[in-house]
Design a protein around this ligand. Structure first.
Ligand code: HEC
Ligand code: HEC
Length: 172
């Protein structure tokens, strides 16, 4: 009898929680692709910033794990198994080149390296991120090496073509 009352109380508590959970519409447009793990990310990762902060980034599983570990240090509420679900969701849906939002067209000046950049440097972010600002000439080789370390698929020779182009056209 007691157990039954308790079960009733529990069912009532669960129903009330569901009733106060805000609807999708109240939370604004959801920028994250649907899929396993989506709902967990949508709740756990929206406590401190917009989900758009996440939706604009592309990275592989090791990179996403670093972001998520960092967010857990900051206070994101996730158990160990939930961390695995979140990392798997992010790597599966927001890996390099996946589900990229339409980007504003950026006109690159002609020259060797232009096509390589348009193809390889848009896998994780758009071209605006690359050429929005001019940078010190000596900064470009460092940035390109950093992108290769992040996972940009370019050979050593292609990297040189790319930073020569960027230094010539977007160097200060
Ligand atoms: C307790 C607060 C908190 C929660 C919860 C949280 N974040 Fe963050 N997040 C931050 C803060 C603060 C920043 C901005 C500081 C920074 O850029 O390092 C940030 C920035 C980010 C960035 C942008 C980093 C960049 O370089 O632009 C990503 C990606 C991110 N969070 C992913 C996540 C994911 C995925 C989750 C869910 C697992 C999450 N966050 C949950 C606090 C949080
Ligand atoms: C595997 C994913 C990936 C690819 C491919 C990639 N990038 Fe990036 N890029 C990132 C990430 C993540 C950031 C933001 C974190 C950072 O600044 O290290 C970034 C940031 C940048 C920035 C801004 C850096 C700053 O300090 O403001 C520039 C410029 C850039 N990338 C250029 C390039 C170029 C050029 C290429 C092609 C050779 C490229 N990226 C390819 C992941 C990538």
């Amino acid at each position: 009898m007691r157990a039954l009352v308790l079960a009733h109380a529990l069912a009532f508590a669960l129903a009330s929680t569901a009733a106060v959970t805000p609807s999708r519409a109240q939370q604004g447009a959801d920028p994250l692709p649907a899929g396993d793990g989506h709902d967990l990310v949508a709740v756990a990762c929206s406590q401190c910033h917009y989900l758009g902060t996440i939706a604009k980034i592309r990275d592989g599983a090791p990179g996403w794990r670093r972001y998520v570990d960092n967010m857990v240090l900051r206070g994101a509420q996730l158990t160990k198994p939930e961390i695995e679900t979140v990392v798997a969701y992010l790597a599966r849906n927001l890996g390099p080149g996946m589900n990229l939002p339409p980007a504003k067209p950026v006109a690159l000046p002609d020259g060797p390296g232009k096509d390589l950049i348009a193809e390889r440097c848009t896998l994780c972010h758009n071209l605006e991120r690359v050429v929005a600002v001019k940078r010190e000439r000596k900064a470009w080789p460092v940035i390109v090496a950093d992108m290769v370390a992040q996972g940009a698929p370019v050979t050593t020779e292609e990297a040189k073509t790319i930073f020569d182009y960027l230094t010539a056209n977007f160097g200060d």
